[in-house]
Design a protein around this ligand. Structure first.
Ligand code: COA
Length: 257
């Protein structure tokens, strides 16, 4: 891989997009490497995945405009589909995904962040969907995931204006979970990953699947799914251990079984 590296620390995977000379902009190869890395990670079964951009300035400054500027419609469709596949591997990943947004998260960069389960932003982070200013629209899931995340009115305002917003405004909109001092996003994301990792890994996985289902189906169907996932966990050793530890007044030791 040329532009994506994955490091493992205490069961947490950190995926770093590193194309700093272009502020980590996404061309087809970068998107494919993100997808490939996430596929490989699924076999690895980390407890959580943190996604970040290399360098001090940028998370991801968007899809590569130079590359897109010469695409024909079929190439654009393929680029969008490859992007969709990679983003789906983030939000459908069996484990929690956390974006550590260390700088520019524009266009495709914002779409990567929005495809994650949680976003932690450094105070210098900048968010926005500048696509309409380029005569195009967000093509890696932004028009679909942003309204689901922050509601249609704010999402449409951001997408129609292309306006850039800072980390604090993004937090107020619900686009970002938390703002931390400049340079601190990755550590804060790792801390959150560690907090999640202390819990039953199967419980977290099934909880994520259930919460994802809430975005796809009506309430009754979602509740049925939740009851099934709830019941399924009672077949695990982790559930016996977790509840047993409470009864025995000790800390649980989860094995992920
Ligand atoms: N696509 C392609 N190249 C990009 C890029 C993108 N989305 N974002 C940054 N780059 C490149 C620049 O072209 C420049 O390359 P060069 O040195 O070969 O000219 C390099 O990254 C550094 O960017 P630069 O513009 O010089 O930095 P800056 O600090 O002046 O501005 C930004 C930073 C992010 C404000 C500016 O690069 C920008 O507006 N980028 C495009 C953002 C965007 O519209 N993204 C959505 C695309 S759908």
């Amino acid at each position: 891989m040329d532009y994506v590296r994955v490091e493992r620390e205490d069961g947490v995977a950190v995926l770093t997009i590193d194309r700093q000379e272009k502020l980590n902009a996404l061309d087809r190869q970068v998107v494919e490497e993100i997808g490939q890395s996430l596929l490989e990670l699924e076999a690895d079964e980390p407890r959580a995945i943190v996604v970040t951009g290399a360098g001090e300035r940028s998370f991801i400054a968007g899809a590569d405009i130079r590359v897109m500027s010469v695409m024909d419609p079929l190439e654009a469709k393929r680029f969008s589909e490859i992007g969709h596949a990679a983003m789906a591997l983030l939000d459908r990943s069996p484990v929690p995904t956390i974006a550590a947004v260390n700088g520019f998260a524009l266009g495709g960069g914002c779409e990567v962040a929005v495809a994650c389960d949680v976003r932690i932003a450094a105070e210098n982070a900048t968010f926005g969907f500048p696509e309409v200013g380029l005569g195009i629209l967000p093509g890696m899931g932004g028009t679909q995931r942003l309204p689901r995340l922050i509601g249609p009115a704010l999402a449409k305002e951001l997408i129609f204006t292309g306006r850039r917003i800072g980390a604090e405004e993004a937090r107020q909109m619900g686009l970002v979970n938390r703002v931390v001092p400049q340079g601190g996003a990755l550590d804060a994301a790792k801390e959150l990953a560690a907090e999640i990792s202390a819990n039953g890994p199967l419980a977290v996985r099934h909880a994520k699947a259930a919460a994802n289902r809430a975005l796809d189906v009506d309430l009754i169907s979602g509740l049925e799914y939740e009851a099934d996932q709830f019941a399924l966990l009672f077949a695990t050793e982790d559930a016996r251990e977790g509840m047993g530890a409470f009864v025995e007044k000790r800390k649980p030791k989860f094995e992920g079984r």
